[in-house]
Write a protein of this length. Structure first.
Length: 73
């Protein structure tokens, strides 16, 4: 799947990353249908939030549908 990933020098790149997997009984996988840029993403881009490591998958503002969950057939 594609994801926006933080690179060295506070650069963003669109990269192929592994598909997520259910790992715990309370995990769900959400198929994202709509996404937005959050102010904190911009702060990371400008180096204003320390401690975000290169390789971090960005984005937490999204809407979607539960695609996979324990017991979902």
């Amino acid at each position: 799947m594609k994801a926006v990933v933080l690179q060295e020098g506070n650069q963003f790149a669109l990269k192929d990353v592994p598909e997520p997997r259910l790992q715990k009984n309370d995990d769900v996988i959400v198929r994202v249908t709509t996404a937005a840029i959050c102010g904190s993403d911009i702060h990371v881009k400008h180096g204003q939030i320390p401690g975000i490591a290169p390789g971090t998958i960005m984005g937490h503002e999204f809407v979607g549908v539960v695609d996979s969950a324990p017991g979902k057939g």
